[in-house]
Write a protein of this length. Structure first.
Lengths: 260, 244
C-alpha cells in the first residue's frame, strides 16, 4: 500500500480563497436575478436572436478552429524546424492580446480599407458588419485554446505509435488518419470545447470589428452590454443564461473526455 | 468574507498614491474630456495645491457609480435625464445647464459615399452606423430620423458614440450620426455634414456640486469656471453650443 502524496494543510487556505474569488461574484449575480420576470426577459425577441446567433457563430468558429488548428498543432508538436518556436509565440498572441486590439487588427486586415478587405470587396464579399466578421473575430481569439491544448497532448503522448506504424510501411497520411487522429480525439474534443467556450464569450473583438445589429452581429455578450444601459434586470438574466451555457459546455467536454 | 479580504489586499496594493495636497474629483460625461481637461489646467493654476481628478464615462455609468457609493465633488452629465436621476437620489441639489450639443452626420474624409444630407442615408447601398436606441445618442438619432421623415436601415447599432465615430474614421462606414462635439475633436479623418436645425435635436448638459462634499467652495469654483466666459470658450472650441 502506498501513501497518497500529502499536501501541506496550509495550502487549503489560499486554495479556498482562489475558489471563493471565482465563485462568489457568480453567486452574487445569481442573487440579483428577478425570477418572476426571468422567463419573459430571456425569451424576448432580441434575447433569443442574440442567443441563437451566439450558438451559430461559435459553432462555425469552433469548426474553423478544428479545421486549421489541428494541423497547426501537429506541425508545432512534430516539426523540428527552428521556426516552430516563433510560430508558437505568434499563435499564442491572441491569448494575451486584449480583445479590442484583436478587433483593431482584424479591422485593418479584413476591413474595407484593410490589407485584404479591398480584394474581398472587389469580389463582392462584404465582411464588415456581417455575421462572417463575428465568426472571424471568434476564430481569431479561440484558436490558440485549441492549438495549445492539443499540442500539449501530442507532446505528452509522444510519437512512438506513429514510428511503429511507419516502420510497418504505412504512409504519413495513413499514420495520421489511422494512428494520430484516433488517439488524439479526446484532446481534440476538449480543445474544441475550450475554443467554443471562448468564442461564446467573445466581446471586444466583435464590437470593434463586426459592429452590433440584432440577428446579424449582436451576439449574447453584446446584447448583455447593451441591455445593461436600460434594463439591468434583462442584462443579469441573460448573463445567467451565458453562465448556464458555459457550464453545460464545460460539463459536456469533461463527459466526452472521460468516455473517449 | 474571504473575498472581502482579497479585495482589501488588492485595494491596498493599488491605492499607494500619495495624498499630499487636496484633490477635486469631477465625474463628467465622456464627451466632455477635451474641454474639461483644458479647464482643469486653468483651475489648477488658479488654485495652487489643488489637483483635479477626472472620472470620464457614460452619464448613466457615472450616476450608477455614485449610487454605489463612489465619492466625487462635481457631476456633469450629457443629458438632463441622468442628472434628474442623480438629484432624485439625493446625490445633487441644484444643477445648472452649461452647454448644449446637437447631432451631425459624420462621414470619412473624402466622403466616399457622396453623402449630402439626411436623405442620402436612406440609400440601402450606403453603409450607415448609428447608436442603438437604448443609449442617449441613439435616442437623439431616432428623434432626428423622425423629424426628417427619412427611413434609415442601419448596418450597425453601436452601444456608444465612440463606436460609431470609429467605424466612420476607419472608413468602414460611409456615414454615422454623432454629436457635433465628437466631430470637432475627431481630427481630419472625419468630416461633418450639417443637419438642418428644424430636424435636429439638442441635448442640454447640466453640472452640479455633489451632496456632502468636503470643500463646497472648491467644487462650486469649478462649476463657476465651466459656466463662466473661459469655460464657455473652451466648450465652444470643442464643438459644443451655448446653454440655451
Amino acid at each position: 500500500m502506498t501513501a497518497k502524496p500529502g499536501l501541506p494543510g496550509w495550502i487549503y487556505l489560499p486554495a479556498a480563497l482562489g475558489a471563493a474569488f471565482i465563485v462568489a461574484p457568480i453567486a452574487a449575480m445569481v442573487t440579483r436575478v428577478q425570477w418572476s420576470h426571468f422567463w419573459s426577459l430571456i425569451t424576448s425577441e432580441s434575447s433569443v436572436a442574440a442567443l441563437l446567433l451566439s450558438l451559430r457563430t461559435s459553432g462555425i468558429a469552433t469548426l474553423a478552429c478544428v479545421v486549421v488548428g489541428v494541423p497547426l498543432a501537429l506541425v508545432l508538436a512534430r516539426s523540428r524546424s527552428r521556426w516552430v518556436d516563433i510560430g508558437r509565440a505568434a499563435v499564442l498572441l491572441p491569448l494575451v492580446l486584449p480583445p479590442v486590439v484583436a478587433g483593431i487588427a482584424l479591422l485593418y486586415t479584413f476591413g474595407r480599407r484593410g490589407l485584404l478587405g479591398g480584394s474581398f470587396e472587389a469580389l463582392g464579399i462584404q465582411i464588415a458588419f456581417s455575421t462572417t466578421a463575428v465568426v472571424l473575430a471568434q476564430t481569431f481569439v479561440a484558436m490558440p485554446f485549441l492549438v495549445i491544448s492539443l499540442e500539449g497532448a501530442l507532446r505528452t503522448t509522444g510519437a512512438r505509435y506513429e514510428a511503429v506504424a511507419a516502420t510497418l510501411g504505412a504512409s504519413p497520411t495513413t499514420v495520421l488518419r489511422q494512428v494520430t487522429l484516433p488517439t488524439m480525439l479526446p484532446a481534440i474534443a476538449s480543445g474544441a470545447v475550450l475554443a467554443f467556450a471562448r468564442a461564446l464569450g467573445e466581446f471586444g473583438a466583435t464590437i470593434t470589428f463586426a459592429g452590433s445589429l440584432q440577428g446579424v452581429t449582436r451576439t449574447l455578450p453584446l446584447e448583455i452590454y447593451l441591455q445593461r444601459e436600460t434594463d439591468p434586470d434583462a442584462a443579469i438574466a441573460l448573463s445567467l443564461v451565458l453562465v448556464v451555457v458555459a457550464v453545460a459546455v464545460i460539463g459536456l467536454g469533461r463527459e466526452r473526455m472521460r468516455s473517449a | 468574507m474571504v473575498v472581502a479580504a482579497l479585495t482589501a489586499l488588492t485595494l491596498a496594493v493599488a491605492g499607494c498614491s500619495s495624498s499630499t495636497d487636496s484633490e477635486l474629483t469631477v465625474f463628467a460625461a465622456a464627451s466632455l474630456k477635451t474641454p474639461f481637461t483644458d479647464l482643469a489646467r486653468q483651475y489648477e493654476r488658479d488654485h495652487p495645491g489643488t489637483k483635479v481628478q477626472f472620472n470620464f464615462a457614460g452619464s448613466s455609468d457615472l450616476v450608477a457609480q455614485l449610487q454605489q457609493g463612489a465619492s466625487g465633488d462635481v457631476l456633469a452629465t450629457a443629458d438632463e435625464r441622468t442628472m434628474s436621476i442623480a438629484s432624485a437620489d439625493g446625490l445633487t441639489e441644484r444643477s445648472t445647464v452649461f452647454a448644449s450639443n446637437t447631432m451631425t452626420i459624420a462621414v470619412p474624409s473624402g466622403n466616399p459615399g457622396g453623402v449630402v444630407g439626411l436623405a442620402s442615408l436612406a440609400d440601402p447601398a450606403l453603409r450607415v452606423v448609428v447608436c442603438a436606441p437604448q443609449v442617449p445618442c441613439g435616442t437623439a438619432t431616432q428623434r432626428v430620423f423622425q423629424a426628417s421623415g427619412v427611413a434609415v436601415s442601419a448596418d450597425s447599432e453601436e452601444s456608444s458614440v465612440t463606436g460609431v465615430l470609429n467605424k466612420v474614421s476607419t472608413g468602414e462606414a460611409d456615414a454615422g450620426i454623432v454629436y457635433m462635439s465628437d466631430v470637432a475633436t475627431a481630427g481630419p479623418a472625419v468630416r461633418s455634414i450639417r443637419i438642418p436645425a428644424e430636424q435636429n435635436t439638442t441635448n442640454l448638459y447640466p453640472i452640479a456640486v455633489l451632496a456632502g462634499v468636503t470643500d463646497p467652495s472648491a467644487a462650486s469654483d469649478f462649476v463657476d469656471l465651466v459656466t463662466g466666459p473661459s469655460g464657455q470658450r473652451a466648450l465652444e472650441r470643442a464643438g459644443f453650443g451655448s446653454p440655451r
